[in-house]
Design a protein around this ligand. Structure first.
Ligand code: DHB
Length: 571
């Protein structure tokens, strides 16, 4: 018998014929109708009407001046799932508010209460792709600054934007009924449901739901990119329907949407995106430079003494075909492949280093040391990869030894062990780690989600892998359970939706630190190229910021200048 979750996951072929319904993808005539009002004939939507009188007031300072804000907290779906416990990074806690994961907190500067056009700064906060309870980023008595490079909340308040802190389900959650209720695509579905609430109530709430700027870092950057790429895709309707999201009508084959969930802009830092292919990209990028000095032991077995090198080589070998299969194009029309992607990364490094030099930053000469801070620890690492020519602020990059650059990146901080993302139950790893517990059905803690890890799963009775199911990855993926897994992988992956008829965000700001080893540079170049190739996209700002580690919201002045310029241009 099918478990409810499996039924829920069935790929959907929605035939939408009902006249007058907004179906999302594609058609431009739908766009004008997307400012929905609360006047939608749907009982769930009626239950989701915004209550303007239900708020608290907080007094804060921004740049030392008093500011009053109104804060609204609402469950944004009609059928929220009650949660019982939450695991984040290995520690489990009891959930006190069972609906906090499908709650958002909307903070409105008092001066913007009557403003129907200001942007909604929509913050997702699922670091590690973990579950994230709604947490107010503005609190009574708090002090914020708009002029710093690290206070995005202060900058958003000063700009008069409406701030949205959205909670989402994701991995690590268990519902009151004991199921693992945060599996993919839950975080994307929940964020879209919150967006739909904002659209449903747009005329009743301050700000404009046509100007949603999504912000997130790492797991949150991956989520940001998935939300921004997949606007109005009907793939999400069965999942949205199951939780009572606004603007979903019908059932089964008649499911349709009366509300849009596309967004205006994405601001994504180090987006851990495209998890289904992140391992292939990671091993392809780093295989040649992995060693005992930059790759840790697993369960006491050193990198070189165990199964990691062979696994890395096998996984790496799958990336060229994957990348070529994306059909992405560089500006000159050349296909993006593993033959040229490292050159593209080098071009980005060169451009960034030259911007820094021009701005007066003292970039060390060849043989001098870089001062590198990773996870709060500063170390001196020799420049054996970058040769400059000329001097002062007009120096330029003469050459970059890319392999040595990769070693440089992994000197102060080790690489992830092999397998990096689909890490559970392989190569002697006995912990549930990597992103493996984002996948699989709700009755199991995790499922391997890549071919290599599936085929090499070594934990008996975890329900995952050839050892338990008797089928290889290839056979599994053509089974009904495998189709469900493919759906999970698809719906969290921005590349599934860029360059399709989904309504991708027109504006993108993507950053990935120059010394960030949490995902491969190649994955970010693929995302950037896919965004650039998408005909819906009007502009994309992409950089590999100088000596920046895995982190986000470190360039707030630049990001907010970009947001303002982008909003002004859309006026
Ligand atoms: C994050 C970091 C990772 O290395 C990863 O695989 C997923 C998420 C994070 O910092 O959010």
């Amino acid at each position: 018998m099918k478990k409810p979750y499996q039924m829920l996951l069935k790929p959907l072929a929605v035939a939408i014929t009902t006249a007058g319904l907004l179906v999302g993808c594609g058609s431009d005539d739908n766009k004008s109708s997307s400012t929905s009002t609360a006047a939608v004939a749907d009982t769930e939507d009626t239950a989701l009407a915004f209550d303007a009188s239900n708020y608290t007031t907080a007094t804060i300072t921004v740049d030392g001046e008093n500011m009053t804000v109104r804060q609204y907290s609402m469950v944004y779906v009609a059928n929220p799932i009650a949660m019982a416990s939450a695991n984040r990074m290995g520690s489990t806690s009891v959930v006190t508010n069972p609906y906090i994961y499908q709650t958002m907190i909307v903070t409105v500067p008092e001066a913007s209460l009557e403003n129907q056009t200001t942007a909604l700064y929509f913050m997702v906060n699922n670091g590690g792709w973990f579950n994230s309870p709604a947490t107010a980023s503005v609190t009574d008595g708090g002090s914020y600054v708009s002029t710093s490079d690290s206070d995005n909340v202060g900058a958003a308040l000063k700009a008069g934007y409406v701030l949205v802190d959205v909670g989402t389900r994701s991995r690590g959650l268990r519902a009151e009924d004991g199921t693992y209720a945060g599996k993919a695509p839950a975080p994307v579905v929940d964020a879209k449901a919150a967006i739909r609430y904002l659209r449903l109530n747009d005329s009743l709430m301050p700000g404009s739901a046509e100007r949603i700027v999504v912000n997130g870092t790492s797991g949150g950057g991956g989520l940001t990119s998935a939300i921004a790429a997949s606007g109005n895709s009907t793939d999400f309707l069965p999942f949205l329907d199951a939780i009572g999201a606004a603007g979903v009508t019908g059932s089964g084959d008649t499911l349709a949407s009366t509300i849009k969930d596309d967004v205006f802009a994405a601001v994504a830092y180090c987006p851990i995106n495209n998890l289904g292919n992140a391992d292939a990209g990671y091993e392809w990028q780093y295989n040649a430079i992995r060693s005992d000095s930059n790759t840790g032991a697993i369960s006491g077995v050193a990198y070189s003494a165990g199964p990691q090198p062979a696994a890395s080589a096998e996984i790496a070998a799958t990336f060229p075909e994957y990348l070529a299969g994306l059909g992405l194009k560089l500006d000159d029309g050349t296909s993006l492949t593993t033959d040229n992607i490292n050159d593209e990364i080098v071009a980005q490094l060169k451009a960034e280093i030259e911007r820094q030099i021009a701005a007066g930053v003292a970039v060390p000469a060849y043989g001098e040391n870089f001062s590198v801070t990773q996870r709060g620890v500063t170390s001196e690492v020799i420049n054996d990869w970058l040769v400059l020519s000329g001097s002062g602020t007009s120096a330029t990059v003469e050459s970059i030894d890319f392999e040595k650059f990769l070693k440089f990146v992994t000197t102060p901080i080790a690489l992830k062990t092999v397998v990096a993302f689909d890490a559970t139950a392989v190569n002697g790893n006995t912990s549930v780690s990597g992103e493996t517990n984002l996948f699989g059905n709700e009755n199991y803690e995790y499922s391997n989600f890549t071919a290599w890890s599936w085929d090499n799963n070594e934990v008996v009775a975890d329900g995952s892998g050839t050892d338990d199911t008797g089928v290889t990855w290839a056979d599994y993926m053509s089974s009904s359970d495998g189709e469900d897994l493919a759906t999970q992988l698809k719906l969290i992956n921005p590349l599934s939706y860029l360059n399709t008829d989904a309504d991708s965000a027109p504006h993108w700001y993507i950053r990935h630190g120059m010394i960030d080893r949490d995902t491969a540079f190649a994955m970010q170049l693929a995302l950037y190229t896919a965004v650039k190739n998408d005909p819906n996209v009007q502009d994309v700002s992409f950089k590999l910021p100088y000596l920046v580690p895995h982190s986000g919201n470190y360039d707030v002045q630049e990001a907010f200048a970009w947001i303002k310029e982008t909003l002004d241009a859309a006026n």
